[in-house]
Design a protein around this ligand. Structure first.
Ligand SMILES: O=C(Nc1ccc2c(c1)CCNCC2)c1ccc(-c2cn[nH]c2)cc1OCc1ccccc1
Length: 341
């Protein structure tokens, strides 16, 4: 099994396991050339079985999604038996656990988190992607209380824009829109808005709007669109929930209406900024300089190599050096990078 880890072990010091889910294990690791901490998601291709295409979908989507509220993919290493995804480290764990530990969040804290979710989902929709599995388990918290959206294995990038998509995947029923569970064709972005309504309800209440151990009963509750309204909910919260949890997708609020909704802007004064803070079209000069000097190649050669975006050790070194620069740390590579062939 050692040879499976060689490629990864060359640039990373692998540390403890921080979590293990269905077919993946997540370990903390240190990127040796920059000293940055990352998370490495390790999957066994045999164990993945029929789920392998879902991982490929996730990797292709993450290569195109560069946003400060979407978990960053730095590098992908595939060996004969394993797939390693080097990802942004999110030491705060899942939003799900954060809510459970606090019972429920205040309206102010819910608003701070929900604005970040709106930012990430609007960005995805503008790029033509629907997430299709929005839930608190798929929102991680980094060490600065920022939310990072994960799990793009079910996301859809319909060819003709947000065209109809038949519901082919097993998202999480409690968050699924009525039109999804009715098996009708549906619009990915409209279904995401419903899931965001369920998410907002979970933030504000600490439990789900539609819940039942019996799947048939759960579906009936979702299709009814009826949910409890505890007395701690403000009237503005109730209005927004009503607009998101609209059974008829054509009457449901749209992301454009959401960006400057009165509840969203309350006490914040400004609408949600959904554009990415990351600049990926132009390579950063300082980082290119450090890498070309370190690799003893010209800047042009290094730029040409980086613009292939192979998600190899060069892509990882670039993103992690850039992260160091934006957080004010020196843009320096240690000697190990040039042990490359
Ligand atoms: O960095 C990640 N997780 C993570 C790292 C450190 C710590 C925690 C969590 C919380 C548990 N206490 C130790 C601190 C981390 C990064 C990316 C991804 C990821 C990106 N696409 N897919 C997965 C998953 C991650 O994890 C999953 C997880 C692990 C433990 C619990 C809750 C969640």
């Amino acid at each position: 099994v050692v040879e499976e880890y060689n490629e990864i072990a060359r640039h990373y010091r692998i540390k403890e396991t921080v979590g293990s889910g269905g077919f993946a294990k997540v370990k903390r690791a240190v990127h040796l050339p920059t000293g940055e901490t990352v998370a490495i998601k390790i999957m066994d291709k045999v164990a993945l079985g029929a789920d392998l295409p879902r991982v490929k979908t996730e990797i292709e989507a993450m290569k195109n999604l560069h946003h400060h509220h979407i978990c960053r993919l730095y590098q992908v290493v595939e060996t004969s038996r394993k797939i390693f995804m080097v990802l942004e480290y999110c030491s705060g764990g899942e939003l799900f656990d954060y809510i459970v530990q606090r019972d429920r969040l205040s309206e102010i804290e819910s608003r701070a988190f929900f604005r970040q979710i709106v930012s990430a989902v609007t960005y995805m929709h503008y790029l033509g992607y629907a997430h299709r599995d929005l839930k608190p388990e798929n929102l991680l918290i980094d060490d600065e209380q920022n939310l990072k959206l994960i799990d793009f294995g079910l996301c859809a990038k319909p060819k003709g824009g947000m065209s109809d998509q038949l519901y082919t995947c097993c998202g999480s029923p409690a968050y699924a829109a009525p039109e999804l569970i009715a098996g009708k064709s549906y619009m990915g972005n409209e279904a995401d808005l419903w899931s965001m309504g369920v998410l907002l309800y979970a933030l504000l209440n600490g439990f789900l709007p539609f819940d039942d151990d019996n799947i048939g009963m759960l579906y009936r509750k979702i299709k009814s669109g009826k949910y409890d309204t505890p007395d701690w909910l403000s009237s503005e919260s109730l209005i927004l929930l009503k607009q998101l949890l609209q059974v008829d997708p054509k009457r449901r609020i749209t992301v454009d209406e959401l960006l400057n909704h009165v509840w969203i802007t309350k006490e914040m004064g400004v609408p949600v900024e959904w554009n990415s803070k990351y600049q990926t079209s132009v390579l950063d000069d300082d980082v290119v300089t450090e890498m070309s000097v370190h690799r003893k190649v010209s800047r042009e050669t290094m730029k040409a190599e980086l613009e292939k975006w192979n998600y190899d050790y060069l892509t990882a070194a670039y993103f992690l050096l850039l992260k160091k620069k934006t957080s004010g740390r020196p843009v320096r590579l240690q000697m190990t990078l040039d042990s490359e062939p």
